[in-house]
Design a binder for this molecule. Sequence first.
Ligand code: 5GP
Length: 193
Amino acid sequence: MNFLEEKIVKEGIVKEGNVLKVDNFLNHQMDIELFNEMGREWKKRFEGKNINKILTIEASGIGIACIAAQHFNVPVVFAKKSKSINLEGEMYTAEVESFTHKNKNQVIVAKKFLNENDRVLLIDDFLANGCALQGLIQIVQSAGATVEGIGIAIEKGFQTGGKIIRNLGYQLESLAIVDAMNAETGEILFREE
Ligand code: 5GP
């Protein structure tokens, strides 16, 4: 087991409805030393990629992206979730359905922070069905920028997102892939890398 898998086994809680709660170190309280380790690992996995910007989505992606960015020496832009619809013009927008909240959000990035010269690393905390990532990819494409890679902390491998994103041809690096989890026993099974 790697450092993140060990942390998940120790402190993660399996909830009903295919939700893994990691509030203790990732989604509420944040373990910065762990984030730093994640950043170091992504830097290694994306070695040779010419990344000049990290794009994430609020809220939980921000902390991870900021610590990871110190390993890449690049700025972080986070897509904002907004219910407002009259933001056309200076904004790139995409519609994202939230896995955890079951609602739809418009996610937006100001045009001045993303352009065709950007080579972007996408970072997020979880990958479930892939809606959040597809929204971010759409925004990068609207800007004419390039997705150089995608770094995810925890992928739930039994949901469809990972497959969809890999089939699109992106280099997707999930630091822990949960292939099965049981809310009754609390058991968590990881994919062998
Ligand atoms: P997707 O768009 O891939 O279906 O879901 C990704 C987003 O939903 C992530 O940004 C994350 O915030 C949230 N999410 C999905 N599954 C889980 C989960 O099991 N636990 C937690 N804490 N968040 C999740």
